[in-house]
Design a protein around this ligand. Structure first.
Ligand SMILES: Nc1ncnc2c1ncn2[C@@H]1O[C@H](COP(=O)(O)OP(=O)(O)OP(=O)(O)O)[C@@H](O)[C@H]1O
Ligand SMILES: [Mg+2]
Length: 346
């Protein structure tokens, strides 16, 4: 058993190249005619030189735009796909692909777009099947199911065929199933895709609790930045198969978000001259007669700005907002794109 804080997943120089059929428009007339027997292939680089270290007990957010290579990485980390090159060492030396039998006993997986539960039978029966696959004792199974069913609120439809459930109900069952055998690592590929706010909240609080209680390591991909803010202290951001950022969420925000917005509600302006000078210095927006915002760059001393501001109005209320994580991430993708384009041009 790997202790909390020890390395549980180590990835070095991981690559995955798919062979895809060459687009027929690039082929000669003759080759087009013969394409059903003769086909030219080209390389599609899905994952490029990825290095990753994940510590036991960590919840790692694995982010990136569509097609960045997130699912491909998860598939290699779970032993579904064989890497083209590179090294993956998990749980103290196992290789996901070569040691699949031993490895799968210790991991759980959820693919938000694909089910691990049987479509036509009751959820409970699928769970029984997993009990047999994982060789769980009746006593362990009963206790575990009770805990998971309660935590994820799936009692009501536990005996209903999977196909009859709503998207949110299905996902809660999928999650319960992936944690059934008390795995040491769980990979979640878009577990909140298409879910409503309530289902997302249930899932996030379940993941938080089980991570703390059982020290289970979680790697999660999502396009929902609230998942990341709620769950992850560290993120890895990939773009076109390559790591674009790896580090703490806080540092990421500090590095890429460079302003705060100060929103104030006031009775009146007591020192108009001072107020005017602040308006000139910072981006100002009058929302209504007694409500306005100032956008303050982080390089400014926020404390002295606030004391100046408070000194020139009769304040009722004040709040501070930061750029949304999803906007920072989107900006970051653009930056990566720009820098790649400019190096390509050179
Ligand atoms: N089996 C495959 N054969 C050929 N190309 C593939 C295969 N699987 C994935 N790809 C390609 O590899 C790239 C990465 O795909 P991947 O599914 O890993 O992206 P993703 O980051 O998970 O995106 P999304 O956010 O849309 O789920 C894409 O360009 C995709 O078309
Ligand atoms: Mg994906």
């Amino acid at each position: 058993m790997i202790k909390k804080g020890q390395t549980i997943i180590e990835v070095k120089n991981l690559n995955k190249i798919f062979k895809i059929p060459k687009k027929s428009k690039n082929l000669s007339w003759m080759k087009k005619r013969l394409s059903w027997v003769y086909r030219e292939w080209e390389d599609k680089v899905a994952v490029k030189n990825i290095d990753l270290t994940i510590k036991s007990g960590e919840i790692l957010g694995y982010l990136g735009p569509n097609g960045a290579g997130k699912s491909t990485t998860i598939k290699m980390l779970t032993g579904i796909l064989h890497p083209t090159s590179g090294e993956i060492k998990v749980l103290g030396g196992l290789s996901p692909f070569d040691d699949r039998n031993e490895y799968t006993q210790n991991i759980g997986v959820v693919f938000g777009q694909r089910s691990i539960l049987a479509y036509d039978i009751a959820v409970k029966d699928s769970f029984r099947l997993f009990k047999a696959i994982y060789g769980l004792s009746e006593e362990f199974y009963q206790e575990r199911v009770k805990y998971l069913v309660e935590m994820l609120g799936i009692d009501e439809f536990f005996e209903t065929p999977y196909r009859m459930l709503s998207l949110g109900e299905k996902m809660r069952c999928e999650l319960a199933a992936s944690f059934l055998h008390k795995p040491q690592i769980v990979f979640l590929d878009e577990p909140t895709i298409g879910l409503d706010a309530n289902a997302k909240i249930t899932i996030r609080s379940f993941l938080k609790e089980i991570n703390e209680k059982e020290n289970v390591t979680i790697m999660i991909t999502t396009h929902d930045m609230d998942d990341i803010e709620e769950l992850c202290s560290r993120i890895v951001l990939i773009d076109k198969g390559e790591v674009a950022y790896s580090g703490s969420l806080d540092k990421f925000k500090q590095k890429y978000s460079n302003w705060k917005r100060i929103n104030i509600h006031f009775k009146e302006i007591t020192k108009p001259k001072k107020f005017e000078s602040l308006k000139k210095k910072f981006e100002f927006n009058l929302k209504s007669k007694n409500n306005c915002t100032f956008k303050v760059p982080l390089k400014e001393n926020l404390g002295s700005f606030l004391s100046e501001l408070i000194g020139c109005v009769d304040l009722i209320d004040l709040s501070i907002t930061e750029p949304k994580l999803e906007n920072i991430v989107a900006k970051m993708y653009d930056k990566v794109k720009e820098s790649k384009e400019s190096t390509e041009e050179k």
